[in-house]
Structure formats: C-alpha cells, structure tokens
Design a protein around this ligand. Structure first.
Ligand SMILES: Cc1cc2nc3c(=O)[nH]c(=O)nc-3n(C[C@H](O)[C@H](O)[C@H](O)COP(=O)(O)O)c2cc1C
Length: 313
C-alpha cells in the first residue's frame, strides 16, 4: 500500500510506532521498523549519551528507516538534535513545543520533520512552520495531551478540512478497524502508542505491561492540566493528585507532589502505587502482550478485513 506517508518515510504500512518515554528504546523501534512500519525512539526519557547508544543499536538491528521523537520541553534539546544529525537519523518527530524552533534547522540537514499537535490551531501553525507532516493526537491518547479534550473522531476531520500536508492520526488507535476509520476521516496514516506499550520489545516494566492488559474502560483520566496535561492510570499517585485538587492547590504545590522521576518509577521500574503510569483509553481493548511484528500483522489483517466489510455495506 502506497500513499503520501509511506512514500515520505519509505515504509510498507502507513503506521507509526509512537515515540514514548520509558517504552520506546531501540528494541521496540527496530522491531517496528523491521515489521514494515516506522519505528520511533523516544528521546524524552534519555540523556544524550543514552540516546546516542540507542540510535547506534537501532542502526545495527534494522536496515529499515526509523526516527527519533523529541519532546522539546527538555533543556538539552540542542545536544539531542546534534546527536541525531551526527548519527545520520533522517526522521524527527517533535512534540511539546514550538515547531518553528527546530524545523528549518533540521530540514537544512536533510531531515524529514513531523510535529505532534492536539488542535486545528496548532496543526495550522505547524504547517506554517514548514513541517513535512503532522500528527494530530486526540484526547483519548496516552501520555501528554492538549487541554481542549478534542477526541480523535472529531479532531481528524476538522484538521483535514484545513490542512494540506500529510496527516497522521493518533489517539485510541490499536486495531485495523480504528486505523481504517481514521483513514476514512482523512488521515494518511496512524500513530499507535498504547498498543505497543504491551509489546514484548517495549522497555516498560513487566508489571506496567500487565496493568495495561488488565485495564478496563474508565481506568485512565487526563489530569495535571495546569502543568502539562497527562493521561494516567488511576492508581495511588493519581488519587493523591485528586485529593490535592480538593484543596485548590497552587501550581507549585502540584509540582511538588509530582516531584521527580515519577514516570520512570512507574513505567520503567514498575512502582504501580507511587509511579506515574501513562496509557491511553484504548488500554481497555488491549488484552495481551504480543511481539511487535504480531501486533503489526494483526492490525494489517484486520485493516484488510475491515476494508472488505466496508465495500460490502
Ligand atoms: C507511555 C507513553 C509515553 C508517551 N511518551 C511520549 C513522548 O515522549 N513524546 C510524545 O510526543 N508522545 C508521547 N506519547 C504519546 C504517543 O506518542 C502517541 O501519540 C499516543 O500514545 C497515541 O495514542 P494511543 O496511546 O491511544 O495509541 C506517549 C504515550 C504513552 C502511552
């Protein structure tokens, strides 16, 4: 299957394995790329030297295209970008920041730039900044998100109405049927996060992967909107945030409760009570931990069956 996105990245299937802190290291990214989709290393949880190592290992593990996701809110972004250029990575997904800051700098070095947004307004700003494609991420998604609570079902057609450049849909997509739905709404491809957390190659702690498998509808909620809105599993830490909200806390009090390294503690070290557990609403539909290649194969098979179903309607 060929379209604007498969051609832009030179991949077989129009699927992006999302960059995810503490989950998408070289193992997941190379497995995804080898399976015919675009694998992304999540640089957001890596010190520059760690990212360097992951890129080098990824290059050894796959000869297919892969990229790096860079949330721009960290202080060492310049160092991260320098490593990406030095290592010859050809695709960068930026998020959590102004797309104007890095887009032309990266493109001048021959790098394809995609920016992640959660609203029409920011999609248009990213297009204006000259990015090659955008990811529009709905409210259902795992991880950090926008404040407006726009769902994928409504965001994608609204962005599509105004955007000319290629569009990648994200948020709540874990099956071939959802992928087809997103493409019918106007997406050229989909970015899948939560489903790949529960893969064998994800670097998440086994206990966190099990939380994802066990999660049911209603087990996650978007919170900490005053800081950076994030969808979390309702565990002990989440309840502490809710209790603090009852006291009309200041931003500083929220920052103090969040503390440091919560996401690492929860997702990477498996502290299910005091750690931050980021996952999307679609976790309620994820019932097993599978090899990445199997996830891709199952999605594509279901996608083809769904197309058949639609043609018979
Ligand atoms: C555990 C986790 C960590 C994430 N970390 C990042 C990140 O570092 N950078 C980023 O741009 N998005 C991040 N996201 C969002 C994903 O890239 C992706 O857009 C989202 O997961 C798609 O929605 P889904 O989870 O419903 O598939 C993260 C998502 C999850 C579940």
């Amino acid at each position: 299957m060929q379209n604007r996105i498969t051609q832009l990245f030179n991949i077989k299937y129009p699927i992006i394995q999302a960059g995810m802190i503490w989950n998408s290291g070289w193992r997941l990214a190379s497995a995804a790329s080898n399976a015919g989709v675009l694998g992304l290393i999540g640089a957001g949880s890596m010190y520059p030297d760690v990212l360097h190592e992951h890129i080098q290992k990824c290059k050894k593990a796959t000869n297919k295209p892969f990229g790096v996701n860079v949330p721009m809110l960290y202080p060492n972004v310049q160092e991260i970008m320098d490593i990406i250029v030095e290592e010859g990575v050809k695709i960068v997904f930026t998020s959590a920041g102004n797309p104007k800051t890095w887009t032309s700098w990266l493109q001048e070095k021959g790098i394809t730039v995609v920016h992640v947004v959660s609203s029409v307004k920011f999609a248009l700003k990213a297009q204006e900044a000259g990015v090659d494609a955008i990811v529009a991420e709905g409210f259902e998604a795992g991880g950090h998100n926008g404040r407006d609570e726009t769902t994928t079902l409504t965001l994608i057609p609204m962005v599509k109405e105004q955007l000319q450049i290629p569009l990648i849909a994200a948020g709540g997509i874990a099956t071939g049927k959802a992928m087809l739905a997103a493409m019918i709404l106007g997406a050229d491809a989909v970015q899948v996060g939560s489903r790949f957390v529960a893969s064998e190659e994800s670097s998440a702690h086994q206990a966190f992967k099990q939380v994802v498998v066990d999660a049911k509808e209603g087990d996650t909620q978007l919170t900490l909107k005053e800081l950076a809105p994030v969808r979390l599993v309702k565990n002990k830490f989440f309840n502490e945030i809710q209790d603090l909200y009852k006291t009309s806390p200041t931003k500083e009090q929220l920052i103090e409760l969040l503390g440091r390294a919560r996401a690492k503690r929860g997702m990477f070290e498996g502290d299910l009570e005091d750690g931050e557990l980021e996952i999307g609403q679609i976790a309620g539909l994820i019932h097993d931990i599978k090899p990445t290649a199997q996830i891709v194969e199952d999605m594509m098979q279901e996608f083809e069956e769904a197309k058949q179903f639609v043609s018979n309607l």
